[in-house]
Design a protein around this ligand. Structure first.
Ligand code: ADP
Ligand code: MG
Ligand code: MG
Length: 250
């Protein structure tokens, strides 16, 4: 699904990623952990194609296609979904209307017409039932007055509707409350399949109690310095990140 080879990236001329190698296969969930400032969000942004980040070396390959030259929008149309960390409020635009527009824009980029209204409604019904989202929520204005949990619910709904090949969830270091955590985890667990892949970025192991990763990577100073199974997340929770730093600097 995703292959990253010797990726180097800078922000404002400052190198942040210093040679990342990562392979994520369809059907897998990978967790990326690491201390604050290690480059986790930068990696997510670079994969998604955000413009502030300059790739100085290496390759990002999505389903055998080098996506280097694609804009963030094109990457989204190709099936990369990055959870929004700073959700925008759009008064007067409902959760449903926003996602309808997003879906039709993706179709347009592929040379397709709008999704027939009947199919759209069916999909909205199915996905909202799957995620236990009620109708009232779907008609609310996008992010306006949403609680932390509701923002997450909206994101998970968007993810469900867009059916990305690769979903990247950057939970940052924000204090997700337990409800929001469960909403995200429940959504990911219901949406993952043999045809898609998920990268969960998290500072704390907490989220990984609910989303069990196949592989855990530790990012430190812009490099993946350790990879392992889900037990690595527990080890990090217990011991913190200092031992990783010591190992690297030894
Ligand atoms: P993490 O998500 O692991 O906490 P980040 O990727 O957010 O780490 O940040 C890694 C480093 O890159 C930090 O030193 C941060 O200050 C810097 N950085 C990230 N994004 C930007 C940006 N847009 N402009 C300037 N510096 C940035
Ligand atoms: Mg940070
Ligand atoms: Mg971050």
């Amino acid at each position: 699904m995703l292959k990253i080879k010797d990726l180097h990236a800078s922000v404002e001329g400052k190198p942040i990623l210093n040679g990342i190698n990562l392979e994520v296969k369809a059907g897998e969930v990978h967790a990326i952990m690491g201390p604050n400032g290690s480059g986790k969000s930068t990696l997510a942004s670079v994969i998604a194609g955000k413009e502030e980040y300059e790739v100085t070396k290496g390759e990002i390959i999505l389903e055998n296609e080098d996506i280097e030259e694609l804009s963030a929008e094109e990457r989204a149309h190709n099936g990369i979904f990055l959870s929004f960390q700073y959700p925008i409020e759009i008064p007067g635009v409902s959760v449903t209307n926003f996602i309808k527009t997003a879906i039709n824009e993706t179709r347009k980029a592929k040379g397709l017409g709008d999704m027939p209204a009947k199919d759209m409604l069916k999909m909205i019904r199915e996905k909202s039932e799957l995620l236990e989202i009620d109708r009232k929520f779907l008609s609310r204005s996008l992010n306006e007055g949403f609680s932390g949990g509701e923002k997450k619910r909206n994101e998970v709904f968007q993810m469900a509707m867009l059916e990305p090949k690769l979903a990247i969830l950057d939970e940052t270091d924000s204090g997700l409350d337990i409800d929001a955590l469960r909403i995200v985890a429940n959504g990911v667990n219901k949406l993952k399949s043999k045809d898609n892949a998920v990268i969960v970025i998290t500072h704390y192991q907490r989220l990984l109690e609910y989303i069990v990763p196949d592989v855990v990577h530790v990012l430190y100073e812009g490099r993946i310095v350790k990879s392992g199974g889900k037990e690595l997340a527990h080890e990090l929770e217990e011991k913190g990140y200092d031992w990783i730093k010591e190992e690297v600097n030894a």
